[in-house]
Design a protein around this ligand. Structure first.
Ligand code: BGC
Length: 516
């Protein structure tokens, strides 16, 4: 059975236009918003494993670690709710901010949302770098969270709207590419700053977040808004000109007509939040909740946040732990390139399915290896050889995530919603993503303490569920123009019944109205 359904190419418009240097440049600049998120994801694990940082802000945690080194259960030596709260508070703030962001994005445009996020992030990074007490530290982190909430809500939508359908996947994945570069840069910086004499290296790690913040602030100030958003805010002439500029042709009638139809439909909805709850938007609602939920339940952030801590738990030395985090970071970046190359060729479903299978295999391998070599109480010894194999397994798992759920977790929700609920849908996506990033950040160290190596089997079980889900319930959206996305839903074996015929009005007309 063809589980996912597909769209017959003849039903979908292929618009005029080419891939312009203008669209590539704007998308590259906008994608830099992912750096904010990535830098945060990557920096805290390393910082919270630096002794001078713990001594200043979390002395009790340091004490606990010292005691735990002498006790039996090595899996528990880093288990501290207070410490994880530092890491995960950011994601709580991002969660709240994403709802405000979706309102700003719709009413004032994608650009203003990006700018707001960048400025909040800039202030947060400065506060973090100069923090003299835990209050300022946490406040700064909350501001970083606001920045991430705004950026993650607006950037993927911006990219999906600017891009021509044929390379929408690749351009949108620029966001995830920036996320992975941010994570890697953070890993490298931690590696360097941990060695600084005098114990202030952590300050440098935290304050360097100003670099992506400045890039994003300047970038979003310079960027134009998307034609979809300009039109949504009532400026049709300006929107048409922007579309012509972005597509590099005067012949944009068919696409512009789709934008107009989408805007008309959006105007009828004054409350996107209640509209997204209507049966006709059930598929988008379900997917905007489940995709980020599943993305986090792959367990990726166990590796991203806590790679150094995990490696230390397994007996790697300080240096080796930070270095291993850098290695998995490099794999993360390289594997994301694979998805940029393949997402518009082979499609989203194919990457999801392959990535799911590969993640499952290597999670089982990691769990088994830790169980067998490191032991139930963590009293075994990993030889150098074992450690290298383990790192290899972790990298294979990270690579699979990096060309599937990583980028697609941001791409798919941003492209499956019609205009009237796009901002709300992406707001939900970010919020759900952040809740589960928060929960996993918060409970991972306890889970490791209690479930030990079984933790990896737990996540592997989820990977099976999500892969089966994708097979049956996720339609292919490759190469489908964003304002024609309802066609995809209408033709799906399961979701089709939710889409009323009026939702397609205007789309088929364009088959004749195309301006070539
Ligand atoms: C996820 C993050 C994750 C990162 C790893 C992103 O898509 O949302 O939670 O840490 O990928 O590269």
């Amino acid at each position: 059975m063809e589980g996912g359904g597909f769209v017959a190419a003849s039903k979908v418009n292929i618009y005029d236009g080419r891939v312009t240097a203008f669209v590539i440049c704007t998308c590259l600049i906008a994608a830099s918003g992912g750096l904010l998120f990535g830098y945060d994801l990557g920096i805290s694990g390393g910082v919270t494993s630096m002794e001078p940082f713990l001594k200043k802000f979390f002395p009790s945690v340091l004490e606990q670690q010292r005691k735990a080194s002498q006790t039996e259960n090595q899996y528990c030596k880093f288990d501290s709710q207070l410490l994880t709260l530092f890491t995960s508070s950011l994601y709580l703030a991002a969660l709240v901010a994403s709802f405000f962001a979706s309102i700003v994005t719709r009413i004032f445009g994608r650009k203003i949302s990006m700018l707001a996020g960048a400025v909040a992030f800039l202030i947060g990074s400065i506060l973090n770098g100069v923090a003299m007490n835990i209050g300022v530290l946490i406040f700064g982190r909350l501001l970083l969270g606001v920045g991430v909430g705004f950026a993650n809500q607006s950037v993927p939508v911006y990219l999906s709207e600017m891009a021509p359908a044929s390379i929408r996947g690749a351009l949108n994945i620029g966001f995830q590419m920036a996320v992975t570069i941010g994570i890697l840069a953070a890993g490298l910086i931690n590696y360097g700053t941990a060695k600084i004499e005098g114990g202030w290296g952590w300050r440098l790690s935290l304050v360097l977040a100003v670099v992506p913040a400045v890039v994003m602030t300047a970038g979003s100030y310079l960027l134009p808004d998307t034609p979809n958003s300009i039109l949504e805010r009532g400026q049709p002439e300006k929107a048409r000109q922007m579309l012509q500029k972005v597509r590099g042709t005067q012949h944009v009638d068919a696409e512009f007509q789709d934008l107009l139809d989408a805007t008309e439909a959006a105007k009828k909805v004054d409350q996107p939040w209640t509209s997204i709850l209507q049966p006709r938007h059930r598929p988008q609602l379900v997917l905007c909740i489940l995709i980020p939920f599943f993305q986090q339940l792959t367990g990726i952030n166990v590796v991203m946040f806590y790679a150094p801590v995990l490696f230390k738990t397994l007996g790697f030395g300080d240096d080796a732990s930070l270095m291993s985090a850098v290695i998995s970071g490099i794999v993360n970046v390289l594997a994301t390139m694979v998805s940029i190359y393949s997402v518009d060729k082979f499609g989203r479903r194919m990457l999801f399915l392959e990535g799911g299978a590969q993640m499952f295999i290597f999670q089982i391998a990691i769990g088994t290896m830790i169980a067998v070599r490191f032991g139930v109480n963590g009293d075994g010894d990993l030889s150098r050889w074992d450690a290298n194999i383990l790192l290899l397994f972790i990298c294979a798992y990270v690579a699979a995530f990096a060309w599937s759920w990583g980028p697609l977790g941001w791409l798919v929700p941003s492209e499956i919603c019609p205009l009237e609920i796009r901002s709300a849908g992406q707001g939900i996506n970010v919020a759900v993503n952040m809740i589960f990033t928060f929960i996993i950040g918060q409970v991972f160290l306890s889970m490791l303490c209690h479930m030990k190596f079984g933790l990896f089997f737990f996540f592997a079980g989820f990977v099976v569920i999500m892969t089966v889900f994708v097979y049956y319930f996720l339609p292919e959206t490759k190469n489908v123009p964003i304002e024609e996305i309802n066609q995809v839903w209408k033709q799906h074996w399961f979701w089709g019944k939710y889409i009323p015929d009026e939702a397609l009005v205007g789309l088929s007309r364009n088959d004749e109205g195309r301006d070539t």
